[in-house]
Design a protein around this ligand. Structure first.
Ligand code: MN3
Length: 321
């Protein structure tokens, strides 16, 4: 079972100039063969199908626990795409304005999604269950996972090169760092099972992550070394596998015995031209406030978001610096 926290894995910048062409490229990191839907579903099915997990507990814990982090990666890729598709001017517009259909790299972002992410790749093809490799053979699956993380890093760097929007850059900087941890984790697991020295394969692909400005803040916080435990009481044997030096920096790998704190999500503004969440969002807000009152709740919404009550993203500035 998943326990869900309404937090984002990392802070993304607020919406600025929309970049629908760039958003279509970023879709590869969501629903592409090497995207986050693939990492999530590969590790999820491998953990569902894992036999004799008591006999192989550290390896089961590793795969099942990394699957949980991947859910948050899907969430943050979707958030980046949604940010890039948000038009701050449209949020302020009195009436829906004419939409430039030609600006959309994927017209379904507007038509099907309401200016939002879709479970598709950068060509608009739906994510495919054939991307899941869960053979039941532990060494085979771990080797596949190492390769999958390698391909994922390759695609992230290419999307970084293709898209300059600040949300895409912040996203890829973060995911390159975290995907690197998962790549090291699977390499370590294969080494401990077979004795093969995969440390010589790093970095793979040959990406000098420390030279990418958007990776730097995460590396400075040691995020390239930490494997978080995404459960209050389970997956206790990660530390039996995730040990030793980081293959690129030589620093000691570290299991953090709790979930990461995360940050409050950005509350992206309504986009009335795409009826998201409605052509008259203030009417829905009125209904919501009335329902809260009738239920004995505060008239004000309870959730925590990145913006304060005036809509100012003051918390974000702190988190981004
Ligand atoms: Mn990932």
């Amino acid at each position: 079972m998943f326990l869900r926290f309404d937090r984002h894995a990392t802070q993304l910048p607020p919406p600025s100039d929309p970049d629908p062409q760039g958003a279509a490229c970023v879709q590869e990191l969501l629903g592409g063969k090497y995207g986050e839907m693939s990492t999530l579903m590969n590790y999820t099915f491998q953990s569902f199908n894992f036999r004799n997990r008591q006999g192989a507990r550290p390896f089961y814990d590793l795969v099942a626990n990394i699957a949980a982090e991947e859910f948050g990666h899907i969430e943050i890729v979707a958030a980046a795409i949604n940010t890039m598709l948000t038009d701050p001017a449209e949020a302020e517009a009195e009436a829906p304005s004419k939409v430039d259909g030609g600006s959309f790299g994927n017209p379904q972002h507007f038509i099907a999604g309401g200016r939002a992410a879709l479970p598709q790749d950068s060509n608009g093809n739906p994510w495919n269950g054939d991307y899941v490799h869960a053979s039941g053979d532990l060494i085979e699956d771990l080797t596949h996972n190492f390769f999958l993380e390698t391909g994922a890093r390759n695609n992230k760097l290419k999307v970084y090169e293709m898209v300059e929007h600040p949300a895409a850059r912040a996203l890829t900087g973060y995911l390159l760092c975290r995907g690197g941890v998962h790549q090291v984790a699977y390499a370590r697991a294969i080494e401990k099972l077979t004795g093969a020295d995969l440390m010589k394969m790093f970095p793979s692909p040959r990406i000098p992550t420390e030279k990418i400005p958007e990776c730097k803040p995460h590396i400075e916080k040691g995020e390239h070394l930490k494997l978080y435990r995404f459960s209050p009481s389970d997956y206790l044997e990660l530390g039996a596998v995730f040990t030793g030096p980081h293959p690129e920096t030589g620093e000691e790998l570290e299991v953090v015995d709790k979930a990461p704190e995360g940050v409050p999500p950005m509350d992206l503004p309504s986009q009335p031209d795409a009826f998201a969440p409605d052509v008259a969002p203030e009417e829905i807000a009125e209904i919501a406030a009335r329902l809260r009152s009738e239920a004995g709740m505060s008239e004000k919404p309870s959730g925590e978001v990145a913006q304060n009550e005036e809509g100012v993203v003051d918390k974000v500035k702190d988190a981004l610096t």
